[in-house]
Write a protein that binds this ligand. Sequence first.
Ligand code: BEZ
Length: 232
Amino acid sequence: MSETAPVVTTMPRIGDPAPAFNAVTTQGHVDFPADYAGSWVILFSHPADFTPVCTTEFGATAKLEPEWSRRGVKVIGLSVDTATDHERWIADINETQGTEVNFPIIADKDRQVSMLFGMLDATNFRHGPSLGQTMTVRNVFIISPTKRVELILSYPAYIGRSFDEILRVVDALQLSAKYHVATPVNWQPGDDTVVLPFISDEDAEKMFADQGGFRKVRSYLRYVRDPSLRCL
Ligand code: BEZ
């Protein structure tokens, strides 16, 4: 029988208030989500410092700074290593990925934040000097300015995330929040969106007058031009 302590999983659900915590990061102390009031936030975890997939992900995240900034998104990383480890690793990321990591990384050595967000990996454990200890999976929590969890992605340690997809869903979430539309399969900014099912035809005509109304394929399938294009 395994001697490993059971992994606590209390993952918040979509729509839940973002769990609150205080933590040490590479940029000082954070009081979450209070310090992020009014912003969209991406909180993302990774399994371990000084590992290949994580290094590429952090490099990519740093290079996307103009994209996060354009969308009003603040990024905060997490792993179960110390702030000193994170700082040494950031120097490596900057050198190997040709970038400048400029967002905070939570030092969650005691796994308090990881447990709060249900980020711990139930099956894979760390290697090297921390052999057998729990590690975090690759979670992404997107939190809105109302401090609600809006979207959750969860990837295993061995599979790097697509940051193009993360940008795409931020665009979709922000569009949906602003214009009360939904986005169909494989939606990209500028593509047609769909009218929410609980909005009547009459209301939809008024709501989307600037888009030229909607195109009705079925009573439940009504396409409308991307509402963010209305000013073009
Ligand atoms: C990585 O980031 O490369 C990694 C970390 C833990 C397990 C497997 C891969």
